[in-house]
Design a protein. Structure first.
Length: 206
C-alpha cells in the first residue's frame, strides 16, 4: 500500500518527511507532494497526485490542514474508486472551512492567503460524499494563530482550527489528541492511528 502525503498552508513537503518516515517504518511506501499553497495550480497539483498513485495496490491519501481540503477537491475532480484510493486521513483539516480565514478576511488581510480560500478554506457547508473512508484527527492544544486574531478561546482548538471544524457529515471516524496544529505532523500518535484506520476503518480509541 502507498500513502501520498500533502502539507498545509505556508508549508513545504519537507515538513512532512518525519511523518513520512514513521509511516515507512510501519511498512508503507510513501510519497510527499509539494505545492505552492498560496498560488495553487489545481491542474499541476492534481496531475502530481495522479502520477504518485500506485498501479499495483491500494492508495491512501493523508493531508495536513489545507492538504486535507485539497484531497477533497481532488477526489471531487477525479472520482476515483475505493479500489484505487481506499482511505483518506486528515490532520487538523477544517473540512467545512475555517473561521480563522473568515476573521483574516474581515480584517482586510485576505491577500496573505493567496488563492487558498478557493480550495476549501473559506467557510462553507459540505459533507463527505466519496467512496473513500475518511478519518479525521484533531488537535486540542490551543497554541497558534487563533490567539493572535483574538478569536473565541472557549472553543476547543489546536490553536488554528477548532475541533468542530475538523468534523464533516459522512466521515467514517474522528479522534482528537493533545497536539497543536503544527505538532500534529510530528506526533507519534498520528502514524499509529493512520495505520489502525487503514486496517480497521476506525481509529484506536481508548
Amino acid at each position: 500500500m502507498k500513502i501520498i502525503i500533502l502539507h498545509g498552508l505556508y508549508m513545504h513537503g519537507m515538513v512532512m518527511q518525519p511523518l513520512s518516515q514513521k509511516l515507512k517504518n510501519l511498512g508503507y511506501e510513501t510519497q510527499v507532494i509539494t505545492y505552492n499553497s498560496v498560488a495553487i495550480n489545481p491542474h499541476r497539483l492534481f496531475s502530481s497526485i495522479d502520477h504518485a498513485l500506485s498501479d499495483h495496490g491500494r492508495n491512501i491519501l493523508v493531508g495536513h490542514s489545507l492538504g486535507g481540503l485539497i484531497i477533497k477537491q481532488y477526489l471531487d475532480s477525479r472520482k476515483h474508486s475505493e479500489e484505487c484510493i481506499s482511505h483518506v486521513v486528515t490532520l487538523g483539516s477544517p473540512m467545512r472551512g475555517a473561521s480563522i480565514v473568515t476573521r483574516i478576511q474581515d480584517l482586510g488581510m485576505g491577500t496573505i492567503l493567496g488563492n487558498s480560500p478557493h480550495f476549501g478554506l473559506q467557510e462553507h457547508s459540505s459533507r463527505w460524499n466519496y467512496p473513500q473512508k475518511l478519518g479525521s484527527i484533531a488537535g486540542t492544544v490551543p497554541i497558534g494563530a487563533r490567539a493572535l486574531f483574538l478569536m473565541d478561546k472557549r472553543k476547543p482548538s489546536d490553536g488554528t482550527v477548532t475541533v468542530e471544524e475538523t468534523t464533516i457529515e459522512g466521515m467514517t471516524d474522528h479522534i482528537s489528541t493533545p497536539s497543536s496544529h503544527t505538532s500534529l505532523i510530528y506526533s507519534s500518535f498520528v502514524p499509529k492511528q493512520i495505520d489502525h484506520f487503514i486496517h480497521h476503518d476506525t481509529f484506536l480509541h481508548d
